[in-house]
Design a protein around this ligand. Structure first.
Ligand code: IVH
Length: 687
């Protein structure tokens, strides 16, 4: 395909993907299968790699992340981000309505909206393209988090132009709330517990924390979402808020289907009543309702106080609370040994669900609550999904009841628990012998995308661990027919009481042994992924394998080398360093090496690395991911040449920040392509 054809196909694919993305994430009405979508995306990724000069900053391929933001710069808001006046009762709302009437007379209507409980964001669009995303900050200035926001699939990167009038809205700001849906939040917290980390207290904190992660690839995996609740600009398409929001949805924004025009205060009360009752049916948190005057002209007439608009107000829901009895405390052991205490409660109804358990977070929380056995506890579910204990009814405490003493030993393996200075969680240090911990590591190792030994499966892995046949991933390579054949166990499903017999018959055993043997030819990048280093997912493993070529280079590299690798930031670097610091991990790797697993990239790929052969580059400016010397080294290590001045022999000018204007002029006059550091990375990968 020549460059012109590639250009038009890239444009076409971008439009098709953006439309399908919108159908899926905004309209919840997908028109193609995930597989078909992935194929389109793959085609675009490959074309952009081949023609890096054609790749756009707002390409849908940016949604998977890859950019590292070292610092989030402070940016001044063009329009201040104000807050809303709060009300907690109907009398205050009636007063608000009376104030409006007094100021503008009887003819007005309201728009009622959900008050999303997340992180406020300002999205600046120029010529229908997202150019900047800024958090609220202090209302006057906030942090620029554009790279991370681009990974949120419900935020359009390019607006659909069909209903977009450039004369009116060539520059405007969309304001909204970024949030983490409950499903993603639960998944993330389970993952955190597995990894010895303190879970987030609520989805709001999880969303805020995610937006400030340096590696956008991790942000992308957090499945954040965003509702837009206003459009601000010099000239807006319609004279009322409701129609502007409706149009914004056609441009590509996700707006709430529950936004409603209310003609009077009674309709507002109805809306509030409904959502007070039904908010638990939503897959995200709301903490109230927002009431806004619909007409923009009337909004302007009413104006603002120094902090908030006079034309809008929020009604905050009361936090729902109940009391019940503490029956027990259970200690859950995560896959990496983290202990999380959970309160077992006498079942009680709260916000439409029966609560049987509550989060206790950690030992400090239990201490802070001063929990005693059989205490009557106050449980709250302030719109949050997992109820929490917020206090104790002292008067109902039984006489002489004992104070709760935090577990000292692991409930799974009996090892004494430890708690590192400065950390909030206890954990079981018996990494290599504590069953849930062994199981977690092995399950990941044998999974399809890692070593693909799935014929073993979870139930069978558990049997092998319980029988002491495997203690770590390396032991899988010492399995034999005799060790496996004939093992069996009856497993009872805790939920329905049904039993299932798992046995190691001849055919199964042979399949397992064959899969173990086959796994010895699994390429290095997948072996690296299989080791289960925190934050080293499939893509990061690929990047590391390509860069370091073999495991020893990775084991012995230092922090600075790591963060100079494109797409690797502090979090990933820290995790890799600490993984290889652990003697036991090194022992396991040595054992696996002896068994013949692949710990270096394939010869062919090694040779292919001289893939900038014959090309001459000129480097100018300051780079995000490379030092000046670093970028020269990368070019030379890949067979390219670096020259200090541009001539007709130069193949590419690599442009960093603040590149000298003379260099650009000269390159342009000689028709030499000017590429970014990322495009250089793509060029290396592609060739
Ligand atoms: S309108 C001029 N609408 O609540 C104020 N805000 O206290 C415009 N919020 O920081 C805000 N849902 O992040 C508005 N439907 C909604 C909202 C909403 C949540 C947040 C917003 C703002 C805070 C105001």
């Amino acid at each position: 395909m020549d460059s012109d054809k590639a250009k038009s196909r890239i444009k076409e694919l971008t439009n098709i993907i953006n439309r399908h993305n919108y159908n899926y994430y905004v309209l919840a009405d997908p028109k193609i299968s995930d597989h078909e979508f992935d194929n389109l995306m793959e085609e675009l990724i490959l074309l952009e790699r081949k023609y890096p000069e054609l790749s756009d900053d707002n390409s849908p391929t940016k949604r998977v992340g890859g950019q590292v933001t070292k610092d989030f710069p402070t940016v001044k808001h063009k329009y201040p981000m104000l807050s809303l006046g709060n009300t907690y009762n109907r009398k205050d709302l009636t007063d608000f309505d009376n104030r409006i009437k007094k100021a503008i007379g009887n003819s007005y209507e309201y728009v009622c909206e959900l008050k999303f409980d997340g992180v406020a964001i300002g999205l600046v669009y120029k010529n229908a393209k997202l150019v900047r995303a800024v958090t609220r900050g202090d209302g006057t200035q906030g942090d620029e988090v554009t790279n991370n926001v681009k990974t949120i699939k419900s935020i359009p990167l390019n607006l659909f132009q069909d209903n977009f009038d450039n004369n009116i809205v060539d520059e405007f700001e969309a304001r909204g709330e970024i949030f983490m849906p409950h499903k993603s939040f639960i998944g993330l917290n389970n993952e955190k517990i597995k990894n010895n980390e303190q879970p987030f207290a609520n989805p709001r904190n999880a969303a805020a924390g995610s937006l400030k992660i340096q590696e956008s690839r991790i942000v992308s995996s957090r499945n954040l979402d965003c509702y837009i609740f206003s459009i601000i600009g010099e000239k807006l398409p319609y004279d009322n808020h409701y129609d502007n929001l409706k149009l914004a949805k056609k441009w590509g924004f996700k707006t709430s289907e529950f936004t409603k025009i209310c003609k009077n205060i009674d309709e507002i009360f109805e809306y509030i009543d409904y959502w007070e009752k039904n908010r638990n049916d939503l897959d995200f948190d709301i903490d109230g309702v927002v009431i806004k005057i619909n007409s923009i002209k009337q909004q302007e007439q009413l104006g603002y106080t120094s902090k908030s608009p006079r034309w809008a107000i929020s009604y905050k829901f009361e936090t729902e609370q109940t009391t019940t009895k503490l029956l027990d405390i259970k200690y859950q052991v995560g896959r990496t040994g983290a202990i999380t205490p959970v309160a077992v409660l006498q079942p009680v109804k709260l916000s439409g669900t029966t609560v049987k358990r509550a989060s206790l977070y950690n030992a400090d929380k239990i201490e802070e609550l001063n929990l005693h056995k059989n205490d009557t506890v106050k449980v709250e579910k302030g719109g949050e999904i997992i109820p929490k204990i917020v206090g104790i009814d002292q008067e109902l405490r039984e006489k002489n009841s004992d104070k709760i003493i935090y577990a000292t030993h692991c409930p799974e393996c009996g090892t004494e628990l430890i708690r590192k200075a400065g950390e909030s969680l206890h954990y079981c240090p018996n990494k290599n012998n504590c069953p849930p911990q062994i199981l977690g590591k092995i399950e990941h190792f044998i999974s399809r995308k890692a070593m693909n030994i799935e014929s073993l499966g979870q139930g069978r892995t558990e049997i092998l661990i319980k029988n002491g046949i495997i203690k770590n991933i390396a032991d899988l390579y010492d399995l034999s027919f005799d060790k496996l054949y004939g093992l069996e166990k009856t497993i009872t499903n805790v939920l329905d009481g049904k039993t299932k017999k798992i046995s190691f018959k001849e055919k199964t055993v042979n399949n397992i042994l064959k899969a173990v043997e086959n796994s010895k030819s699994v390429p290095f990048e997948r072996v690296l992924y299989a080791l289960g280093i925190r934050y080293v997912g499939e893509t990061v493993a690929k990047i590391l394998a390509q860069h370091f070529k073999n495991i020893d280079n990775l084991i012995y590299c230092n922090y600075d080398e790591l963060i100079n690798v494109p797409e690797i930031g502090e979090k990933i670097a820290d995790s890799i360093i600490s993984f290889f610091k652990d003697e036991q991990n090194i022992e396991i790797i040595n054992h696996l090496k002896n068994k013949g697993l692949q710990f270096e990239i394939e010869k062919e790929l090694l040779e292919k690395k001289n893939n900038l052969n014959g090309m001459t580059f000129v480097v100018s400016g300051v780079f995000n991911n490379y030092s000046r010397q670093g970028i020269k080294d990368v070019i030379e290590n890949n067979g390219g040449k670096v020259s200090s001045s541009i001539s007709s022999k130069t193949n590419y000018l690599i442009a960093g920040n603040n590149m000298g204007p003379e260099k650009r002029k000269k390159a342009e006059s000689l028709n030499i392509p000017i590429i970014s550091e990322r495009e250089l990375d793509n060029l290396i990968k592609e060739n």
